[in-house]
Design a protein around this ligand. Structure first.
Ligand code: TRP
Length: 364
């Protein structure tokens, strides 16, 4: 096969994915944007090793796709992207991301007030940890693309993550929220529940969110329900149902961790207004065909658009689903405002496909 660049490879997937979910007229814009953000990584052949061992995806492709199936029948495309510098290092990638942010701000509705309020916390000159700044691009039918950024709470080392999250929430006007999170941390005296991302929507609308993510190692669905807050009983029952179906049981999940995301909207007091649970399903199945069966059931149960799901998967790959595991990396359920729904995370698999494994536990 002719060697293709990462830009061509992801471009083909993105065009098909946009068409699959009714965003066809956005396709070229999305491809250009992605090529710009991927920077020097975009022009390398996918036959060469990745320029940087990005944690965005298991095979180190610096982009991951996701499709959110909304209850009103519309779909949202989201792209998680790491900017990789020509000579990558944690610091060089951070600077590449900041340069990319300037370019995004020139083209799209980006408001940097909240970013500026916390940047000194999360962007030290010598970043540690697995990344320092990731982007998410959110594409809907009738809107210009929206930009979201992810900071790494462990960027100053694991021991400082809690302090960083507390300080950032405080600066953003969510006084009391850190105490709420602490109360809802399933195992607060251990290191099993760790802040993994601190995210900001950069658009300036009432729906614009601050999201705090916590990874729960070796957790059960009960732990996730505790994190979500006991108050919303219908929703917490839904969480367990979702987790059992997608995760194949109620845990403990000993492979990759369950992840909670807490959504804060301006005006929220201590308690977040939204909660999402992410199940890293690839560690709890033999192969993607099994995952797909579970997701089909879920989508049917919730009355979501099954055809769009099928089209999304075939947009990204034509390999038989039982020949690999991890095409579908996560499945998440959002409960509470602003938007309830299911999101399916699709890997580009530009650099490799993980082989199915009967005994796969994700301990690697
Ligand atoms: N690949 C990483 C992981 O699986 C980061 C990541 C990408 C992630 N997409 C995600 C984490 C969705 C949680 C949810 O941990």
């Amino acid at each position: 096969m002719k060697a293709v660049s990462l830009k061509e490879y992801t471009g083909a997937q993105l065009r098909q994915l946009c068409h699959a979910i009714g965003l066809g007229d956005r396709a070229e814009e999305v491809c250009d944007l992605v090529a710009d953000l991927l920077g020097p990584a975009a022009v390398r052949s996918v036959d060469e090793p990745p320029l940087w061992r990005s944690d965005v995806a298991d095979d180190h492709t610096p982009i991951e796709y996701s499709v959110a199936f909304e209850e009103d029948g519309s779909h949202t495309l989201r792209l998680l992207i790491e900017c990789v510098a020509a000579k990558p290092s944690p610091r060089a990638n951070q600077l590449a991301a900041l340069a990319a942010l300037d370019r995004l701000a020139a083209r799209y509705p980006v408001t940097l007030d909240r970013f500026d309020a916390v940047r000194d916390l999360f962007l030290p000159d010598e970043p540690r940890g697995i990344f320092s700044l990731w982007f998410s691009i959110v594409v809907r039918r009738d809107d210009p693309p929206r930009v979201k950024i992810y900071f790494n709470p462990e960027v100053r080392g694991k021991a400082k993550a809690n302090t960083l999250v507390a300080a950032a929430l405080d600066r953003l006007g969510f006084a009391g929220s850190y105490a709420w999170l602490r109360e809802h941390t399933p195992r607060p005296e251990s290191t099993l529940d760790r802040y993994s991302f601190f995210a900001l929507d950069l658009d300036d609308t009432p729906r614009s969110r601050v999201k705090v993510y916590q990874s729960h190692y070796r957790a059960t669905l009960r732990d996730a329900q505790h994190a979500a807050g006991a108050g919303r009983s219908v929703d917490t029952r839904r969480l367990a149902e979702f987790g059992t179906l997608i995760g194949g049981g109620d845990g403990p999940f000993d492979g990759r961790p369950l992840v909670s995301a807490f959504t804060f909207l301006s005006g929220d007091s201590a308690q977040p207004s939204g909660y999402s649970l992410y199940v890293p399903v690839r560690d709890y199945v033999r192969d993607d065909a099994v995952t797909m069966q579970r997701v089909r059931l879920l989508v049917e149960r919730y009355g979501l658009d099954r055809d769009a799901l099928e089209r999304s998967v075939t947009a990204v790959t034509d390999r038989p689903l039982e020949e690999g595991v991890g095409l579908i990396a996560h499945v998440s359920l959002r409960i509470g405002p602003p938007r309830p729904g299911v999101t399916v995370y699709l890997s580009a698999e530009a650099y490799g496909v993980a082989r199915p494994s009967g005994a796969h536990t994700g301990a690697a």
